[in-house]
Design a protein around this ligand. Structure first.
Ligand SMILES: [Fe+2]
Length: 213
């Protein structure tokens, strides 16, 4: 029998059903990863991340860059991941056309793009937020950001350091790191995604604090 501490950790089961849901949510970009192992690890990372929250799948997450910022006018967080992966693939392709020696590992690039926000379920979870907000002096508020938690998830499921580094370094935490070529591409693909849609009027600013505490 699980102790309370352990059963409290994972709110949902990391089941084959959850894995299958995630596999579907990340198509078709997931299949751009040639390594079967890497592909399975990407799915596992998201399954573990979701299972440790009150969400049931990636698409349950607000389609926004941060939990309290403007969101996509349509689409889901899964669409964001797929969009960033698709942009990253095209950036790498264009650069490789001119510089075939570009040291970009395509599998790492796609896995990193699909996992760059794998820490978001924890950071966005309304149940965790309510708990934290109720006692801000206990563990601090707001909850730590998704890049460090995403790195933790990546390493926990056995993803390579190169992918974990993309999860950690894709946003401003990466400003104090030396980003790899793959991490640099994902960083700008992510920025391009949100900023282009925002400036084009495809984001809506309707976040309302539900009064977690
Ligand atoms: Fe992102």
């Amino acid at each position: 029998m699980k102790s309370n501490a352990v059963s409290d950790l994972a709110q949902n089961e990391v089941s084959d059903k959850l894995r299958a849901t995630i596999r579907k949510e990340l198509q078709p970009e997931l299949d751009e990863i040639r390594s079967d192992t890497l592909r399975d690890q990407v799915v596992e990372a998201w399954a573990v991340a979701i299972a440790h929250t009150s969400f049931t799948c990636i698409s349950d997450l607000r389609a926004s860059g941060m939990w309290n910022t403007d969101r996509l006018i349509r689409g889901t967080q899964a669409d964001h991941l797929r969009g960033v992966a698709a942009i990253a693939i095209q950036i790498a392709h264009a650069l490789k056309q001119q510089f075939p020696e570009l040291p970009v590992d395509r599998d790492i690039l796609v896995a990193g793009a699909l996992c760059h926000d794998v820490g978001k379920p924890y950071e966005y979870d309304p149940v965790k937020q309510a708990r934290r907000k109720a006692q801000p002096s206990k563990a601090g508020w707001p909850i730590f950001r998704h890049p460090p938690y995403g790195m933790h998830v990546c390493l926990t499921v056995g993803l390579p350091d190169e992918v974990a580094q993309i999860a950690l370094g894709h946003s401003y935490e990466g400003e104090v790191l030396a980003r790899s070529p793959e991490c640099t591409i994902v960083h700008y693909a992510d920025k391009s995604y949100w900023q282009t849609l925002r400036i084009s009027g495809l984001m809506v600013d309707d976040y309302k604090d539900q009064g977690a505490a």
